[in-house]
Design a binder for this molecule. Structure first.
Ligand SMILES: [Zn+2]
Length: 121
């Protein structure tokens, strides 16, 4: 989406009101908008997962918005394989072991499909 479309969408979403008679509060999805800070408890959990994971998939992100943009490079720096799925290369692509270029609806299913050599435990 171009920025005017994003802005228009954003205005539509944040202007949805609660339909309860006595409330009239604004409803919003459970997302973080540009300009908002991330929940510190969530970031703490993310740090734990980044230290533990043995594979990281980065799907459909530009890898330019921090702090999320540093997550996968941080994992990759530990020697853990990172696979990026995106329509184009990103500033972080060179730091990852794998890059799957194209729509993630096309590239993800075969990448995640069970391989014939996999043993089912
Ligand atoms: Zn309400």
């Amino acid at each position: 989406m171009i920025s005017s479309e994003v802005y228009s969408f954003y205005q539509t979403v944040i202007s949805v009101g609660c339909e309860e008679d006595s409330c009239h509060g604004l409803l919003r999805p459970h997302v973080v908008w540009f300009g908002e800070t991330l929940d510190p408890d969530v970031l703490t959990e993310v740090e734990k997962e980044l230290d533990l994971c043995d594979l990281c998939l980065v799907v459909g992100t530009s890898s330019v918005v921090y702090p999320a943009a540093m997550f996968a490079p941080q994992v990759s720096a530990r020697g853990v394989p990172v696979a990026e799925f995106n329509m184009e290369a990103t500033p972080a692509t060179d730091r990852f072991r794998f890059h799957f270029e194209g729509p993630c609806g096309t590239t993800l299913p075969p990448a995640l499909a069970r391989h014939e050599s996999e043993i089912i435990a």
